[in-house]
Each structure stands twice: as structure tokens, then as C-alpha cells.
Design a binder for this molecule. Sequence first.
Ligand code: ZN
Length: 135
Amino acid sequence: MYNAKVEYKMSQSREDYVKYIYEFGQGDRVANKDIAQGLSVSPASVTEMLKKLAEEELVDLRPYQGVRLTDKGNDLATSLIRKHEVWEYFLVNALGYEKSEVHDIAEILEHSTPDDMAERLAEFIDYRADWTAHD
Ligand SMILES: [Zn+2]
């Protein structure tokens, strides 16, 4: 049976892995133990998720050498980061939130925002890429 909640949680955690590998690795390979530590999950969960991500061609997985994002994985990571930043810009500049309040909200919204919605939102609020809520 289709379960939207489980499905959502899975895509969220899958995207969290991709974003973590992008940010932590900076283009280099990331060890499984660093991912386990960074995301506070068990090494077994990391192994399982990395296999799935490799099947989707989001990561290049080498036994004992860790993992690196593919071009497809890089595109997903940068798209999530852009959505995150557009939401933060919107929340602060259109809705009047404090910069200190918006990160956790954006962490949730970035996973449920279709690409074209992010672009429409960016245009609607005159998003500036040089602005950041992360001081
Ligand atoms: Zn943030």
C-alpha cells in the first residue's frame, strides 16, 4: 500500500545524505563513518542508503574508499541548496521572520518544493543570490 508519509520521509533522508556528501566532501570522497556521524545514523543505515543512492546514480560508491556525488547527485544537492536559500530569503524579506528563525523551516520546505515552484518564488520575491541568512 502506498504510504505518502513514509515516502516523504524516505526522500527527505535520501536528500539529506546527498546534501551532506556535497557539503562535507566538497568534491572529495566521504567516508561512511563521517556520514554516520554527521547525520547521527548507524553505519548500517548509511551502507543501506548509499546502495540505494548508487542504484539511482546519485553517488559513485567504492568499497573502502567512501562515496562521491555523481553529476546527477551534484545537481540534486545544488538544487536543494537553492530551494533552501530562496525559502530563507522569502521568510525573512517577505514574511518578516528573523534570520535566526528560518534555517530549520527551510530545511523542511526544501524537500517538498518542486523545481518550478522554487523558480517562480525566486522571481516573485526578486531573490538575490548574494543574500544569506547564514551569518
Ligand atoms: Zn539555512
